[in-house]
Design a protein around this ligand. Structure first.
Ligand SMILES: [Fe+2]
Ligand SMILES: [Fe+2]
Length: 252
């Protein structure tokens, strides 16, 4: 986890370099330029308004418009920040929860390992697609560690209520992304086009991660998250915080 994260942290203090715009005189050779863009930038970031030509026999590729590209950039930025927060929450909670409930060690490790895998996935995606990480990175690091530590101190039920609250918001956030990409897929189909391979790969990845987050939610409820005291204010505050963090990370 650490190596790509360090790269991203360096990136967060400075604007991430985007690939330089081609210097070709594109009005002289637009088809050559389109071909070049397709192969030198992540294809969903292509700026061409038309469907991209593909090898003979396959359907033309669906090209995202500006709004769709911005949606995807924001989604990847939020996902990476959220997964970082998740690993830090479990890191801060686990020693306290496990000290009083040693039987939860395998479960806590299982959930942490999955979060670490999610973070690695989004570190990779954000670097590959040259998406700017959130500038709020240091703030989220402190906030997530504090949230994990404080709910861990409150006890097992509060720690599980924290997981329940976070996963409710994050699960629904991933669901929105899956729904959006599916709508693009339907749009592409109606035009006789198909999604780019990278977008096609994102869909099952987002679905798998969403399902794992919802699995964490189930584990939390099975382990008495609803017994946390005071349950409602605790869960509501954490859910509100998650929604605010998502909104801010989409833009900042
Ligand atoms: Fe996760
Ligand atoms: Fe999770």
């Amino acid at each position: 986890m650490m190596k790509p994260l360090l790269v991203l942290r360096r990136c967060s203090s400075l604007p991430c370099p985007r690939p330089a715009a081609p210097l070709l005189l594109d009005f002289l050779a637009p088809s050559a330029l389109r071909h070049r863009q397709y192969h030198t930038t992540p294809s969903y970031q292509s700026t061409s308004p038309a469907a991209q030509p593909t090898s003979e026999g396959s359907k033309p590729k669906y090209v995202l418009n500006k709004q769709q590209r911005e949606f995807l950039d924001s989604a990847l930025r939020v996902n990476q920040a959220g997964e970082l927060a998740a690993t830090l929450i479990y890191t801060a909670q686990t020693p306290q929860v496990v000290r009083s409930h040693p039987h939860l060690r395998p479960l806590m490790k299982h959930m942490y390992d999955q979060e670490k895998g999610h973070l690695t996935t989004f570190n990779h995606m954000i670097a590959k697609h040259r998406v700017r990480p959130t500038a709020m990175y240091p703030v989220w690091e402190v906030a997530a560690t504090f949230l994990g530590w404080s709910t861990g101190v409150m006890g097992r039920e509060a720690a599980m209520a924290c997981t329940e609250a976070v996963e409710t918001e994050i699960g629904s956030h991933y669901n929105d992304q899956v729904r959006e990409i599916l709508s693009w897929e339907a749009d592409a189909k109606s035009r006789g086009e198909e999604l780019d391979d990278e977008l096609k790969e994102m869909l099952p990845t987002f679905r798998r991660i969403r399902d794992e987050e919802l699995e964490h939610l189930d584990h939390a409820v099975e382990n008495d998250s609803k017994e946390a005291q005071p349950y409602d204010p605790l869960v509501n505050v954490i859910r509100l915080g998650c929604r605010a963090a998502i909104k801010i990370s989409e833009r900042v």
